[in-house]
Design a protein around this ligand. Structure first.
Ligand code: ATP
Length: 262
């Protein structure tokens, strides 16, 4: 049952700075367990990507606590993180001459010395299969469409066999059906996932919890129905929320319109 697992990641009153001392995120408190999906929402420049960078250690902790699988931040080394956390970044610079299977194989790098070649190959094949790319495994990365590249990035992250998946705007450049399929793919995988999403109507079907960011701070972290309300959304986005009953399934869907004063 969701919520009863030991958290994979916990942050409490967490603040992090860039190397130059700029305050990247503050007031962050939440946890994510295996099988849980979290959506991070907020307007442009509100600190969503900064939050992911703080979790990966790119920004350094200056206050509060972060635990990854029960290990405190100060005791984490790069290999420990790399074995547990996979990142699908917003802009990935990939050598276009790599084949899809070579690119997906990069996800195995943190496990280089602790798995056999057969185990590496099995993980890569499985990830390519699960993301629907089997027919394209020998194609060059540079020849893939935008949506296929996005799937290949997810496959690389799956091949890493992480405990936690961090995704920065994974639905960018995807058509409407591909967006739904990609989020469903992540959800079905059953890995603790934190995804930055701009497309607010996609948030409730995907997320167990929503983190709302504004001005580099976490405003709240709660269920989609709790966060997707005027009280939170209007001051941060300038939008009004209309929760509607879905005609066929027992779920609320959310419609958004510009708030009158905006
Ligand atoms: N090292 C830095 N020094 C100063 N400001 C920075 C630094 N890194 C990021 N910023 C600023 O912090 C703000 C938040 O950036 P971030 O990339 O986290 O936003 P975001 O919510 O992911 O935005 P978007 O939706 O546009 O991708 C931006 O205004 C950005 O210019």
């Amino acid at each position: 049952m969701k919520g009863t697992h030991q958290p994979i990641l916990s942050l409490a009153n967490f603040c992090a700075d860039s190397l130059s001392g700029w305050r990247a995120v503050s007031d962050v408190t939440f946890s994510v367990s295996a099988n849980e999906c979290i959506a991070v929402i907020g307007p442009n420049g509100s600190g969503k990507s900064s939050l992911l960078k703080a979790i990966t250690g790119e920004y350094r902790k200056v206050a509060g606590e972060l635990w990854l699988e029960g290990c405190a931040e100060e005791n984490l080394n790069r290999l420990y993180r790399a074995k547990r956390v996979a990142v699908v970044a917003q802009h990935e610079h990939v050598d276009p001459r790599l084949s899809v299977s070579e690119y997906v194989g990069l996800g195995r790098v943190p496990h280089t010395f602790c798995c056999t070649e057969k185990e590496h190959q099995r993980a890569v094949k499985q990830a390519i299969h699960d993301t629907g790319l089997s027919a394209k495994e020998n194609r060059l990365f540079g020849s893939l469409s935008g949506g296929e590249k996005q799937r290949a990035s997810i496959a690389r992250a799956f091949a890493q066999e992480p405990k936690l998946l961090l995704l920065d705007e994974p639905t960018n450049h995807l058509d409407p059906l591909a967006r739904l399929e990609l989020l469903d793919l992540i959800k079905q995988r059953g890995i603790a996932s934190i995804a930055v999403l701009h497309d607010l109507p996609l948030v409730a079907p995907f997320a167990d919890k929503v983190i709302l960011m504004s001005g580099q701070k976490m405003v709240t972290c709660a269920s989609p129905n709790e966060v997707l309300q005027d009280a939170f959304i209007t001051p941060v986005f300038g939008l009004r929320v209309f929760p509607l009953s879905h005609p066929q399934i027992n779920n609320t869907v959310h419609h958004f319109e510009a708030a009158p004063s905006h």
